[in-house]
Design a protein around this ligand. Structure first.
Ligand code: AMP
Length: 188
C-alpha cells in the first residue's frame, strides 16, 4: 500500500503515520526526518537545508524530489510506504506522479487530516513549550511561518488531489483513536 498523508504542522500526521506503520507493515518516509538526519550528519544536503528549515521555509523541490525518487526504490519500500511531509508543493505532486509512472508504481490513497487553524496554533505552541526546542524549528515564530508556508504552498496540493478525485479528508479535530479509525475506514 502506498499512501500520502497531508495536513498542516501539528495536525497529527506523525502520530497517525506511526499507527499505520504498526498496523500495515508500511515504511514511514518523512522528508522532514530525512532532512534532519542530513543536517545532523552535516552532508551537503544538510548544510544547504539547515537555515531554510530553521526559518520554516521549504527546501528546493529538485532536492526533495530526488531524495524521494531514490528512497522509494529501496528494498524496504517493497511492502509499501507512507509519504509524510511530501509532496509539499504542487510541483512536488506533479513530479511524484511522473516518478511513480516511470517506476510503474501506483498510489492507493491520499489522506488529508483537516484541522482548525486557531486550535492548531495552540497545539503547536504547546508542542514547542513541551519539547523545549528539541527540534530547532519548534519555536512559535518558526511554527507560525510554517503554517503560512503551508497555507500558501501546501494547501494547493490538496486541491491537486481533489481535482484528480483522489483526496480523502478526515476530521483531525477528533480524538486520536477516532482519527485513526477514520483513516482505516478510508483504506477499506
Ligand atoms: P516536517 O518535519 O515535515 O515538518 O519538516 C521540517 C522542515 O523540513 C520543513 O519545515 C521544511 O523546511 C523541510 N521539508 C520537509 N519536507 C519538505 C518537502 N517535501 N519540501 C520542502 N521542504 C521540506
Amino acid at each position: 500500500m502506498k499512501l500520502i498523508l497531508l495536513g498542516p504542522p501539528g495536525a497529527g500526521k506523525g502520530t497517525q503515520a506511526e499507527r499505520l506503520v504498526k498496523n500495515h507493515g508500511l515504511i514511514q518516509l518523512s522528508t522532514g526526518d530525512m532532512l534532519r538526519a542530513a543536517v545532523a550528519a552535516k552532508t551537503e544536503v544538510g548544510l544547504m537545508a539547515k537555515d531554510i528549515m530553521e526559518r520554516g521555509d521549504l527546501v528546493s523541490d529538485d532536492i526533495i524530489c530526488s531524495i524521494i525518487s531514490d528512497r522509494i526504490e529501496e528494498p524496504d519500500c517493497k511492502n509499501g510506504f507512507i509519504l509524510d511531509g511530501f509532496p509539499r508543493t504542487v510541483t512536488q505532486a506533479e513530479a511524484l506522479d511522473k516518478m511513480l509512472l516511470e517506476k510503474s508504481m501506483e498510489l492507493d490513497a491520499v489522506i488529508e487530516i483537516k484541522v482548525d487553524e486557531a486550535i492548531l496554533l495552540e497545539r503547536i505552541e504547546k508542542r514547542a513549550a513541551e519539547t523545549g526546542g528539541a527540534r530547532a524549528d519548534d519555536n512559535s515564530q518558526t511554527l507560525k511561518k510554517r503554517l503560512e508556508v503551508y497555507r500558501e504552498q501546501t494547501a494547493p496540493v490538496s486541491d491537486y488531489y481533489r481535482k484528480a478525485g483522489a483526496l480523502n479528508e478526515v476530521d483531525g479535530m477528533k480524538p486520536i483513536d477516532e482519527v485513526s479509525q477514520l483513516i482505516e475506514s478510508t483504506l477499506n
